[in-house]
Design a protein. Structure first.
Length: 319
């Protein structure tokens, strides 16, 4: 059943001259401005009992009434899928996502997703849009994700993501030897010919990735990437754009390259590595409840540790 929201607020005189959506964002702070704007357009948030437009001005003294519904995610079934919980409190849940777990149900993955697991772990998340999911990781990317457990927490986290104040850092292992770190400031959008891919394109949305070298090998580099923006496949696209694609990336990785003279075990792991070598290692944000900045870290998973060991052994053996 949908969750019914009923509330009203009087516009204080100090807000005279603001747009309706601006005033609503301050008076109904538990909800994002985009959600409030949609409710205004739908007539679910009224001005003195009448429908209005988001850009209409307020003058003070009016009554804003909110009478809206939020659909529960009861159309998705809870599933007992193990979760690696890094932190949990009344407002947020931080998990270390494994490889192979899709975040949200879609046409090709109607169940068996993180969302289904979250609904089993915390049934109350059925009352929060998208079961509290505010950002995503690709199916085969491992590491940290934060989930909001309340509407207010979700609004806070979404606003932080939009303001680019959430700190997200990733470990990546790429093909090629980088000489130094740097930044990529290149817009990302749909590939003009392949709708399933992303690409650096002038018509895309702004995207910024900062990267630095952690360790160099004979033909590969372990790098640490920090996101300023959060576009789909951003690190994978940006590093491939620099001609340093991720090991194992089935979409942007290009032709397999093996170090000359490499031992057979390294060749085998490079040929068979089953996913893009990418891990969300660090996540920091302002906690919606305490207002303090909190930081979480997730160690590298076993498959990336093993890959690094093989690359390190090859590097030392062939020097």
């Amino acid at each position: 059943m949908p969750q019914t929201l009923e509330a009203q607020q009087r516009v204080p005189d100090a807000m005279a001259g603001l747009r309706l959506d601006q005033a609503a964002a301050e008076l109904f702070a538990d909800h994002s401005r985009e959600r409030l704007k949609a409710w205004i357009k739908a007539g679910a948030l009224t001005l003195d009992g009448r429908p209005a437009k988001p850009r209409d001005k307020v003058y003070g003294g009016e009554w804003l009434r909110l009478d809206a519904e939020i659909e529960d995610d009861t159309r998705f079934e809870p599933e007992d899928i193990p979760l690696a919980v890094v932190h949990e409190d009344d407002e947020v849940l931080v998990i270390d996502k494994p490889a192979g777990l899709v975040v949200h149900p879609a046409a090709g993955n109607p169940d068996g997703t993180l969302l289904n697991a979250l609904l089993h772990h915390c049934p109350a998340l059925a009352g929060v849009p998208r079961a509290g999911i505010v950002h995503r990781l690709d199916k085969d990317t491992t590491g940290l994700m934060v989930v909001a457990k309340t509407l207010a927490a979700q609004t806070s986290l979404v606003e932080q993501l939009q303001a680019r104040t959430v700190s997200r850092e990733y470990d990546a292992i790429c093909v090629g030897v980088m000489t130094a770190g740097g930044s990529v400031n290149a817009p990302i959008g749909r590939h003009p010919k392949d709708r399933k891919r992303q690409a650096v394109t002038a018509s895309g949305k702004p995207a910024v990735t900062h990267y630095r070298v952690v360790e160099r090998f004979r033909a590969h580099t372990h790098v640490r990437c920090r996101l300023e923006t959060g576009r789909t496949h951003q690190i994978r696209v940006h590093l491939a754009h620099l001609r340093y694609p991720l090991i194992g990336d089935p979409v942007y990785g290009g032709r397999l390259k093996l170090p000359p003279g490499a031992a057979e075990p390294l060749k085998e792991i490079l040929r068979e590595f089953p996913r893009q070598a990418l891990h969300a290692r660090k996540l920091a944000f302002v906690h919606p409840g305490s207002g303090e900045t909190v930081t979480f870290r997730a160690p590298l998973p076993d498959d990336l540790l093993m890959l690094l060991d093989y690359l390190r052994d090859d590097h030392e053996t062939m020097r």
